[in-house]
Design a protein around this ligand. Structure first.
Ligand code: HEM
Length: 506
């Protein structure tokens, strides 16, 4: 019987076996010794018990029972690949980071795409935000730019992040998701969610592929140039493949049933076939003076910076041209952290970013262990410091002293890094200011009235209605009010849709 034409992912083992035909390996125990047999355990006679001295068997089973580590608390389902970032434009006037130092300079990168709410085995083609995380292996250490495929996020203060994630995950009693009451309750209690909720239910809500979506740093960062001048910035990754989304939920749902790993397969096959996905990187720049005078909070991640005021400045491009050869080692164990910054790139006061500076290192030390930065996929080119030991230590710093200060030639503070560290003139009272009501409707209104075409508006309303229909009537009313604050027509059409729609999304 002829085998139908198969894709690169299906051919993986066949291709692998070709490489091994010349030099066939022997089976070894995990400590490298050749094993005496693999098809049977060591027993006393034909039906006798297994001997404890079958230590190669015990080693394999004991390793197997430890194969799983905690999945990521968010963004558990994902796929990744490797490639390079290349500078195409000079932005040294804004940042002294060496990754941008000269046109043509290439830096190796790893990228992981993900969806936010589902677990490790969840279907790819669901309505959700997608993660877009890039690890730059720069000459001066790791820079992780951990963003999403949306320019804005649902909430703007990290104090609300765990709760928001809870409402898009499983109901703790029923273990079901989505729980429409939880979702709409929190969304309508915090109007700052309006902007991202409209993108979530719009055409960009279900990308057709990880390769076919734009990426955003989403949070506001800062740059420092060689003169110590400070700028705020936002990152944009403009997709070079034809951007495409599933605009009909039904098609995405059908694919989710047939091939839950649709996005993962698509990325793997494209790279294996030499169809390397690429993005152009841009930044928006705001001076501290412009930030102080801005009519909207430039550190509020529920808002975009208007491109008419802060145009996209080209920086470089990145290309993914290599698949992982071991998903667990290279993608499951990759650890991105917004606090992994290099001299010339700094955090801003963005409250979400500030919370993230703590969260990722904390979760990695739990999920991957205290020495996760020594794993091949996470390690920088060079580490010279005073950290030693701990679970799974690989890196040796030779006989160099493990304390500072010392008189024995240990590493010293780099003058460049010291000079580039910004001096922030901070002042103010320490207090909790709820900024949740800072003009949450102007930008969603612009999105609805000026950016969305009439057919997109229709689909937005249809998607909102299908998620609102199963929720309680009082929550529906709160949602109608929230969307009416964006645009009276939007609120009215959702109301009409709720009164007439037969379609219930479950
Ligand atoms: C205070 C707010 C936030 C907290 C506490 C938080 C926390 C986390 C945690 C704990 C993980 C799992 C990391 C791991 O186990 O490897 C994660 C992953 C991720 N987060 Fe956040 N997050 C926050 C906001 C955001 C925002 C605003 C964005 C987008 C700009 C974002 C993008 C991502 C991405 C892309 C990943 C997946 C990284 C990967 O591919 O490994 N997060 N986040």
């Amino acid at each position: 019987m002829a085998t139908p034409k198969r894709d690169a992912a299906a051919e993986q083992l066949t291709q692998q076996s070709k490489k091994h035909q010349v030099d066939k390996d022997v089976i070894t125990a995990n400590w490298g010794t050749a094993v005496a047999g693999k098809d049977a355990s060591l027993t006393v006679g034909y039906n006798g018990p297994i001997l404890l001295q079958d230590y190669t068997l015990i080693d394999e089973i004991a390793h197997f029972t430890r194969e799983r580590i905690p999945e990521r608390v968010v963004h558990a389902k994902g796929a990744g690949a490797f490639g390079y970032f290349e500078v195409t434009h000079d932005i040294s006037q804004y940042s002294a980071a060496k990754v941008f130092s000269e046109i043509g300079k290439k830096t190796p990168i790893a990228v992981r795409f993900s969806q936010v709410a589902g677990e490790l085995g969840y279907a790819d083609t669901v309505r959700d935000i997608r993660g877009f995380a890039i690890k730059f292996y720069t000459d001066e250490g790791i820079w992780d730019l951990v963003g999403n495929n949306q320019p804005v996020f649902f909430v703007k203060d990290c104090a609300l992040f765990p709760s928001f994630i809870h409402v898009v995950k499983r109901n703790p009693a029923t273990h079901l998701r989505p729980d429409y009451d939880m979702f709409w309750d929190m969304v309508t209690l915090r109007a700052e969610t309006t902007h991202t909720t409209m993108i979530f239910f719009g055409d960009r809500g279900i990308p057709a592929s990880y390769r076919k979506m734009h990426g955003f740093g989403t949070n506001t960062y800062a740059f420092v140039n060689a003169e110590g001048k400070f700028f705020y910035c936002k990152f944009h990754h403009v997709c070079q493949q034809r951007k495409k989304c599933f605009i009909q939920d039904e098609e995405a749902q059908r694919i989710a049933g047939i091939d839950p790993d649709y996005h993962t397969r698509d990325l793997y096959n494209a790279i294996e076939n030499g169809d390397y996905p690429a993005w152009n990187m841009y930044v928006q720049i705001m001076t501290p003076e412009q930030a102080a005078a801005s009519p909207y909070d430039p550190f509020d991640d529920t808002k975009v910076w208007l491109r008419s005021e802060y145009p996209l400045i080209p920086v470089g491009r990145f290309v993914l041209n290599k698949n992982p050869n071991n998903y667990f080692a290279q993608i499951e164990q990759i650890g991105f952290d917004p606090a992994h910054l290099v001299p010339g790139i700094e955090p801003s006061p963005d409250r979400m970013l500030q919370g993230r500076l703590f969260a990722y290192g904390d979760t990695h030390r739990y999920r991957l262990g205290p020495n996760y930065l020594q794993f091949p996929v996470n390690r920088p080119f060079k580490v010279t410091n005073f950290s030693r030991d701990g679970d799974a230590t690989y890196h040796s710093q030779g006989g160099s002293p493990n304390y500072h200060p010392n008189s024995f030639g240990g590493p010293e503070v780099d003058k460049r890094a010291r000079n580039l560290a910004p001096v922030l003139p901070l002042h103010g009272e320490a207090k909790r200011v709820d900024n949740g009501n800072d003009d949450n409707f102007t930008q969603p209104r612009m999105l609805y009235q000026r950016v969305m075409k009439p057919d997109e508006r229709g689909r937005l309303i249809q998607n909102i209605v299908s998620w609102l229909k199963p929720t309680r009537v009082d929550l529906q009313e709160r949602a109608i009010q929230m969307f009416s604050n964006v645009d009276a027509d939007l609120g009215q059409r959702i109301k009409t849709g709720l009164n007439t729609s037969q379609y219930v999304q479950l």
